[in-house]
Ligand binder design. Sequence first.
Ligand code: SF4
Length: 84
Amino acid sequence: MHLKVADTSVCATKCREEFGNPCQHFCPASVYEMVPDEARPGALKLHINASNCVHCKTCDIADPYQIITWVTPEGGGGPNYRQL
Ligand code: SF4
């Protein structure tokens, strides 16, 4: 996973209340989605569709709590696949 969210409980609580989860809107590729949390009726949790990512880095900059870290997907000796 090349997208790291340091604390997803912030997404479900503070960010939802204070900012309405802007990651769902600023990401051009719909990577971030708030989905129903089966464990907590009525609550939402963050779901990350990492494979949609187009590596624009917007989330690294635009997230209001700076808890999203985008790291270059080629790092770390994984398979060296091509995007697109
Ligand atoms: S880098 Fe861009 S495309 Fe990828 S998750 Fe972040 S905002 Fe979305």
